[in-house]
Design a protein around this ligand. Structure first.
Ligand code: CA
Length: 229
């Protein structure tokens, strides 16, 4: 599972250049040409990080940022803002916009790649490493093993992928549709209820004595992994 980055930029040449360079760094890249398109894209598939231009047609970058920060499903998505030198106000320097970091145009690709890595490491520690611990759950992605409170947990392949995805997005509410896309793939038809069934199995498997249920059900929204760090 390669991390997905949504690049929102209205200048085609720059968008293509960003896509090329970020793909070379091992990311999967989605493009949006204006703010409206960006919001639709995020609704369809939640990216792991957004590289967002400040000046955009239709809906500005700041407005996109503001709207994403208002919705529980997108509140925590990491955002790196791109700004032209003249636009670099105190506001963006202080990141009052809700962005997590910013880069100044003309963009240095190596600087952007470093910022992306740093933001992902800081905000999505569970995304890239082979072995990740969240609270008392440890997932070993190479050995395909899971431990809870030191005890081996046996999971079926679907439950393993489900837990893997939840651990990549701790604390974030994930809708059934997002989980379906991530775990089963968007080209497979599976009923949303199937997610509930596998979440049930995962819960049961993770139910090690003297531990709490780490999966929170959010009514009408989906599920979130909540483990005290
Ligand atoms: Ca622009």
């Amino acid at each position: 599972m390669r991390p997905t980055i949504l690049v929102v930029e209205d200048e085609d040449a720059l968008a293509t250049l960003l896509q090329y360079n970020l793909e070379k760094e091992g990311y999967s890249v989605l493009l949006a040409g204006d703010g409206e398109e960006a919001l639709v894209s995020v609704d369809e598939k939640l990216p792991d990080l957004i590289v967002l231009d400040w000046m955009l047609p239709k809906v500005s970058g700041i407005e996109v940022c503001r709207r994403l920060r208002q919705k529980p499903e997108t509140r925590n998505v990491p955002i790196i803002m791109m700004t032209a030198r003249g636009e670099e106000s105190d506001r963006i320097r202080g990141l009052d916009t809700g962005a997590d970091d910013y880069v100044v145009k003309p963009i240095s690709m190596s600087e952007l790649a470093a910022r992306v890595r740093a933001v992902l490491r800081r905000l999505r520690p569970g995304l890239a490493e082979d072995e990740v611990r969240i609270g008392d759950i440890v997932i070993d992605r190479v050995g395909h093993r899971v431990k809870r409170a030191g005890k081996e947990v046996h999971l079926g392949p679907t439950e393993f992928r489900l837990l893997d995805y939840l651990m990549r997005h701790p604390g974030r509410v994930l809708s059934r549709e997002q989980l379906l896309d991530a775990v089963w793939g968007s080209d497979v038809y599976v009923e949303a209820r199937t997610v509930d069934v596998h979440i049930g199995r995962l819960r049961k498997a993770l139910n090690v004595p003297s531990t709490d249920d780490p999966i929170r059900t959010v009514r009408a929204a989906g599920y979130a992994l909540d483990v005290a760090r």
